[in-house]
Design a protein around this ligand. Structure first.
Ligand SMILES: Cc1cc2nc3c(=O)[nH]c(=O)nc-3n(C[C@H](O)[C@H](O)[C@H](O)COP(=O)(O)O)c2cc1C
Length: 222
């Protein structure tokens, strides 16, 4: 697949077919994607892949925790978005809820949508990216971000869809316990991965981007 085509084609997939993703395919995706750049070639990423009963257990326990009213993202400072960033967040939610036929006042369906994220969007596999806690350099997050996008692009060549998300990590201790990730590792982000179900309404979403003119300053050009 042409690189520009892949970049343009990639979108977040939030509904998947049940077909499992072969381990060998995922291995190939990681083999390609770990060509991503990292500061000083430190390659600070660690990948944990969950599927089958392990992923089902994470889904079940995540939803149980949510229903119990447990604190989301414990220990993480999270500042709400403001201004244009908040507006974009709201626009995204409106678009998704419209496609999914979820009314603004329908608390039950909104809660169900939230649970879907905690269930890794019912994908057949989940990828959890972590890094050693000794890596406090800010470049570590940049490096892992670069791996995230490269995994999503490489996956396209295998007919796979992805959704980068942090909802699966709202209760990190659940994921740690079930996937066996020690406290010495920082859980950074996860990806739901599988074969897209193109009939799933939210997969029809085409998000917009601000035009380049609005965000680019050209210096030293005519
Ligand atoms: C760091 C990061 C975290 C994200 N977390 C979530 C999430 O928790 N739930 C979700 O549905 N999508 C999540 N997304 C997907 C974004 O909503 C999506 O990338 C954005 O709306 C642009 O849409 P596109 O990926 O279809 O181009 C996340 C994406 C990134 C990069």
């Amino acid at each position: 697949m042409d690189i520009v085509e892949a970049i343009r084609l990639r979108k977040s997939i939030r509904g998947f077919k049940r077909d499992p993703v072969p381990k060998e395919v995922l291995r190939e995706v990681f083999d390609i994607a770990t060509r991503a750049p990292s500061a000083m070639n430190t390659q600070p990423w660690e990948i944990t892949v969950v599927a089958g009963e392990v992923l089902d257990k994470i889904r079940e326990r995540n939803v149980e925790m949510l229903r119990s009213g447990a604190t989301l993202y414990p220990g993480l400072e999270s500042k709400p978005y403001e201004g244009v960033y908040r507006q974009r967040q709201v626009d995204l939610a409106i678009q998704i809820f419209q496609l999914m036929g979820i009314a603004r006042e329908d608390k039950e369906k909104r809660a169900e949508w939230m649970q879907r994220g905690l269930r890794f969007f019912d994908a057949p596999a989940g990828i959890i990216l972590s890094a050693d806690k000794s890596l406090t350099q800010s470049s570590t997050l940049i490096d892992i971000g670069s791996l995230l996008q490269t995994i999503c692009l490489a996956a396209l060549d295998y007919g796979l869809g992805t959704c980068i998300h942090d909802q699966g990590l709202m209760f990190p201790d659940i994921v740690r316990e079930i996937a066996g990730i020690p406290q010495s590792k920082r859980l950074i982000m996860c990806i739901a991965i599988g074969y897209p179900d193109w009939d799933f309404p939210a997969n029809k979403l085409e998000t917009k981007r601000d035009p380049v003119e609005n965000l680019t300053t050209w210096c030293g050009f005519d």
